[in-house]
Design a protein. Structure first.
Length: 252
């Protein structure tokens, strides 16, 4: 395995590993050696040091140490309300919680992963792309953000999106490697204009608008651009500019 990313938190360390396979054996002065290359699969390792993690159901592979597992309810309300909210976000209403001392490993997959951290301050909640949630420290909670603006509904994720609240470190699924994810910090003076569904996640404190790139129908036709999303305010935006999407640009 090859380490791709590592993040240490309070009582928890998260690591993303790229799996490798042997491509050639060779005999040298020091004996038999292996030549390895990455096979395109990745796995997440959670080293528990007194803290715990919430894991997407079905992603667990094995654990080592004094590790306990339980089911954690993520969506609030009655069963029907939880089911409707979960269906709207593409995420499950429950997650598997692992606590104790030891290591938890997830099933190998060809999906990419990104580790990030939230401070837990007011407005520091993260709105995720549909089905992006994978793992989070158990000091955090996976909820639902309901869009009240047309821009949010047309962002490519529908009326509802997953929302992470609380302080801790977490893992999301990404269409591109972590090296290709662009992280933009907005201080309140600048804004980000995005053509297409490139937002992996962004701070809930940011304002999202949907508007033409240029004013006027004639100018829009000349520019060849349609509607774009504009994010402004204070917060963080995670973009995947190298991702391949079936549709480019926002459409009504």
């Amino acid at each position: 395995m090859q380490l791709v990313q590592e993040q240490r938190g309070n009582g928890l360390t998260l690591r993303i590993h790229a799996l490798t396979r042997v491509t050639r054996f060779s005999q040298g002065a020091n004996g038999l050696t292996e030549t390895r290359e990455m096979d395109g699969r990745f796995t997440v390792e959670a080293e528990l040091q007194g803290s715990g993690v919430l894991l997407e159901p079905g992603a667990f592979q094995y654990s080592v140490g004094q590790v306990q597992a339980s089911v954690e309810q993520q969506q609030q309300g009655g069963f029907l309300r939880r089911a409707v909210a979960a269906a709207g976000t593409g995420e499950g209403a429950f997650a598997t919680r692992f606590t104790g001392q030891g290591k938890v490993w997830t099933e190998p997959t060809r999906k990419h992963f990104v580790i990030a951290e939230a401070g837990g301050e007011p407005g520091d909640e993260m709105i995720l792309d549909d089905r992006a949630f994978y793992m989070a420290q158990d000091t955090m909670r996976v909820g639902t953000h309901t869009h009240t603006s047309v821009a949010g509904v047309l962002s490519g994720n529908g009326l509802r999106q997953p929302k992470l609240t609380g302080a801790g470190i977490f893992v999301v699924e990404s269409p591109v490697p972590v090296s290709e994810v662009e992280v933009i910090e907005l201080s309140g003076r600048d804004s980000v204009m995005v053509d297409g569904d490139l937002m992996l996640m962004y701070s809930a404190s940011l304002k999202v608008e949907l508007r033409p790139l240029v004013r006027g129908l004639r100018n829009a036709a000349r520019s060849g651009e349609g509607l774009v999303f504009v994010l402004s305010g204070k917060g963080t935006v995670f973009l995947t500019p190298t991702a391949q999407h079936p549709l480019s640009g926002a459409t009504l």
